[in-house]
Structure formats: structure tokens, C-alpha cells
Design a protein around this ligand. Structure first.
Ligand SMILES: Cc1ncc(COP(=O)(O)O)c(C=O)c1O
Length: 364
């Protein structure tokens, strides 16, 4: 679909901030290379950076330190390390559906079986405990939660988080928590699965969204469980040996000197969220949740006789690129994903086109 989009297409397809990393991080990256930081680092990464990251989570678990953190070359790299460490052939991992498309394939690459639990519109894109329980077997080793979610923008309240943790505790499962959107949260504090009274928790995080560094490829894994961190760090050694030397100095600089940068981006995303939700909810046949995190909306679209891929193709012909909900698993059928990673004028222009195409398709 990206290839088919014309030059004039309004792009709601990209899951990356349309901002640049903080200028001082770019400067620090360049300076670190000039200073000779062009070598392998230890597998887990630069100790002061790991310590700084641990400290950013002291509000959840005050005892965390550098030993609880392993640097990776992105959240994508982090996911693979974790599945490699946790999954033996035949093991089952509970994954949300709609899902970030790497999850099921990563589990398969590691010899495991993905088992999908639904996160549906009618329940605010949060799973029910009954659905989770009915997905369990004696082979289940872990459950992955992703809040705020890609693709739905769904998020949990502290009470919902506690129930999801309780489900894992009652069944002795590892919780893999993908919190790459933890700094893009609107209207309330981020609800983390860390420090919620259960230590079999492994967090994936990344600087792709936090500091608009998608092309840099840097992220981390954090867990209060040191034995798990030992196994995960071993896997990181086999996957990429270590993260990027100079870049780790740049991220440390950003954490120390541009810690409010994510909030500046978030404030802009919030205005875009309000705009796109208002526009979508005013269209006949469209219902859109107002997400409390990430930069995606996942509206339900009703065009009789057409599935989400057909609707997305019709929109593409009308000059709008978005993703069909079915690209994120069967439970995404009936939805489209719009990433509001473009300016407000472009959002308005794109929404005018969506309105017109849907009206034609529905015969309104
Ligand atoms: C939910 C989720 N997890 C992980 C990632 C991976 O991010 P990266 O590999 O850029 O760190 C993404 C990227 O879009 C994502 O949406």
C-alpha cells in the first residue's frame, strides 16, 4: 500500500513520530564518535546509561539498578531476546489481538505457539479475564500485555492492570509488558505493569517513540528478576553482541538534559488526537474510541459488503493511506488504523477525503 500511494496521498500509515530527536542528543552522538566511542560495549550496555534508565523507574521499584537493565538495538530486538530466553519448543504465549505484527511471528521463530486473546472495541480494547482464562493450557508460559497499544491506542486503568497481574500470578506466568508508548500518555499517569506487586515481569522499552529515534534502533529490557536478566542478556549476546556504542552516550545525554522532550511531543499528539477523533466520530458509520495513549486511532468502520482491506484500498484510491484492521489479526477486522503522526492541517485534509470516500461507498 505504501508503494501504491501517490505523492499527494495523506499518510496515516507510519507508526513513528514526525519529530527529530533532541538536538543535543544528535550533537552528543556525533561528539561520542569523535571521542572514539566506536567500539563494542559490554553486552548489557553502558553502565551509567543502564543506571539512569533504572532510576527513571524508581517511582515503581526503588531498588532497581543497572543490573536490572540490558540495552538492545530497539524494542524489536528486545522482543526477540525475551522470547528466546522464555520460550522452549511447544510452549504457548498469550498475545493480544489486534497485535503489533511482530509478536506472533517472534514466538514461532523461537519454536513456541502464539495463542491470541481478544482486545475488543466494546471493552475499551482491554481483555476480559474470562477470555484470558479460556486461552490457558498447561503449556502456557507467559502472557504479553501492550498498553498503550499499537494498533488500538487502548490503555488500562490501575484496577484493570491489577486484575491482569492477578491473572498472571494465579497461573504462575511471566508477564512480558511492552511499554514502548509509556511517555505518550494523555489525561493521566502512565499505568505500568512494573512494581504492581508481582516480580515475574519483563518490560520491553525503546527510545524510538520516546525521543523520536526510530531510525537509530535503540531500546532496552528491564526486569526486577535478575535471573531472567542473566538469560536475556545471554540472548542479546547471540543476537547483536551489544548495542551501539556512541548512541548510548547520546541517549544518556537526552535522558539527563531533555527529559521533558517526550511531553512536548505528547502535547502536540494530544491536539491531533482530539482533532481526528472528533472528525471520525462525526462521520456516519464510524465509531472511534478516544485513546489515552500512543498515536493511533482504531475506529470501527461500517460499509456494508466491504471488509477493512477493501475499505483501505478504496481510501487509497481517494488519496488516503491507512492500515486495514485485519493487518493486526482477525480481531481487527471491521476497523482501520490511522496513525496521527502528521500535522493537524494534513489530518484535516485527510479526514475531508475519508469523509467523502466513505459517503460514496455507503451511499449516504
Ligand atoms: C507496540 C510496539 N512494540 C514495539 C515496537 C518496536 O519499536 P522499535 O523496534 O522501533 O523500538 C513498536 C514499533 O512500532 C510497537 O508499536
Amino acid at each position: 500500500m505504501f508503494d501504491m500511494a501517490g505523492d499527494d496521498a495523506v499518510q496515516f500509515g507510519l507508526g513513528e513520530p514526525d519529530f527529530q530527536p533532541p538536538a543535543l542528543a544528535i550533537e552528543a552522538f556525533s561528539q561520542a564518535m569523535k571521542d572514539g566511542r566506536n567500539k563494542y560495549t559490554t553486552t548489557a550496555g553502558l553502565p551509567p546509561l543502564r543506571q539512569k534508565i533504572a532510576e527513571t523507574w524508581h517511582n515503581r521499584i526503588p531498588t532497581l539498578d543497572e543490573n536490572n537493565v540490558c540495552m538492545t538495538m530497539s524494542g524489536t530486538n528486545a522482543l526477540l531476546d525475551i522470547f528466546l530466553a522464555l520460550v522452549d519448543p511447544g510452549d504457548e504465549v498469550l498475545l493480544p489481538e489486534p497485535y503489533f505484527p511482530l509478536y506472533p511471528t517472534d514466538v514461532v521463530i523461537c519454536g513456541g505457539n502464539p495463542v491470541l486473546y481478544p482486545c475488543l472495541f466494546d471493552n475499551g480494547f482491554v481483555p476480559t479475564i474470562a477470555d484470558l482464562e479460556s486461552s490457558l493450557t498447561e503449556k502456557t508460559v507467559a502472557v504479553l500485555y501492550n498498553f498503550p497499544s499499537n494498533p488500538t491506542g487502548g490503555n488500562v486503568t490501575p484496577e484493570q492492570r491489577d486484575e491482569l497481574i492477578e491473572f498472571a500470578r494465579a497461573n504462575d506466568l511471566w508477564v512480558i509488558t511492552d511499554e514502548v508508548y509509556d511517555r505518550i500518555v494523555y489525561d493521566s499517569e502512565h499505568v505500568s505493569f512494573l512494581g504492581a506487586g508481582y516480580d515475574k515481569v519483563i518490560m520491553i522499552n525503546s527510545f524510538s517513540k520516546t525521543f523520536a529515534m526510530t531510525g537509530w534502533r535503540i531500546g532496552y529490557i528491564l526486569s526486577p528478576d535478575l535471573e531472567a536478566m542473566g538469560h536475556i542478556t545471554k540472548m542479546q549476546y547471540y543476537v547483536t553482541a551489544c548495542s551501539n556504542d556512541a548512541m548510548q552516550y547520546a541517549v544518556l545525554e537526552a535522558l539527563e538534559k531533555a527529559s521533558d522532550y517526550p511531553e512536548q511531543m505528547r502535547d502536540e499528539f494530544k491536539q491531533r488526537r482530539d482533532l481526528i477523533c472528533a472528525r471520525l466520530n462525526a462521520m456516519p458509520g464510524v465509531s472511534c474510541h478516544v485513546p489515552t495513549g500512543a498515536f493511533y486511532v482504531f475506529p470501527k468502520i461500517d460499509v456494508p459488503g466491504m471488509n477493512s482491506e477493501e475499505i483501505a484500498m478504496a481510501l487509497l484510491e481517494g488519496g488516503v493511506l491507512c492500515s486495514p484492521g485485519s493487518a493486526f489479526g482477525g480481531a481487527g477486522e471491521g476497523h482501520l488504523r490511522f496513525a496521527y503522526t502528521i500535522g493537524r492541517e494534513d489530518i484535516s485534509r485527510g479526514m475531508d477525503r475519508v469523509e467523502q470516500v466513505l459517503a460514496e461507498l455507503r451511499g449516504d
